[in-house]
Design a binder for this molecule. Sequence first.
Ligand code: GDP
Length: 202
Amino acid sequence: AQIKEAEFVKSSTRTEDCPSDGLPEFALVGRSNVGKSSLLNSIVRRKRLALTSKKPGKTQCINHFRINDSWHLVDLPGYGYAAAPKELRTDWAKFTKDYFLNRSSLVSVFLLIDGSIPAKKIDLEYASWLGQNEIPMTLIFTKCDKRKKKKNGGTRPEENVEDFQHLIREHFQAVPPWIMTSSVTNQGRDEMLLHMAQLRNY
Ligand code: GDP
């Protein structure tokens, strides 16, 4: 499940404008600063790639990357970015929701959750919305290399992950698949690639 080729395809502002080649795709989404671009870089091992989508203006778009000429990784705008004007925020929410509900080639949403801090309400709300709409998701816990000392009031990634799963279980019958990752140590990288390969072959 190695990545040999990764290529930026296009930025779209509407689902209708996304590539129409029908290649299966996985969408990365999460709170601003969750470590989405770092993870994208760590997956493709090409620094320039995700930077393309960090250019001003492009962060508000649906960014498609073609991998090995056979599937797409999709970078979606981060949510919970308080500095954005309110109208813009609702507009992003509208088009990402439309993308989730109407993109037929979407295999699974990779919901990024910061594993180094306790669960945030907005992440649970996001996961709930996806679950209620029966959109397949995988929970990707980021920054799992970060270990605050307990005596300083910090929590361990394992505890944060367990708490999040517990809260999810209160909303749904089942907990979605989940992977603990770090862009610093590359923890979870191979597991993510394998998971995506398995989902593509269904
Ligand atoms: P984005 O806004 O979701 O694209 O987040 P970035 O990838 O820009 O990362 C936000 C901040 O978190 C940066 O300061 C990164 O250096 C840091 N960061 C991202 N991933 C990791 C990680 O796996 N481990 C640690 N320790 N820090 C990370």
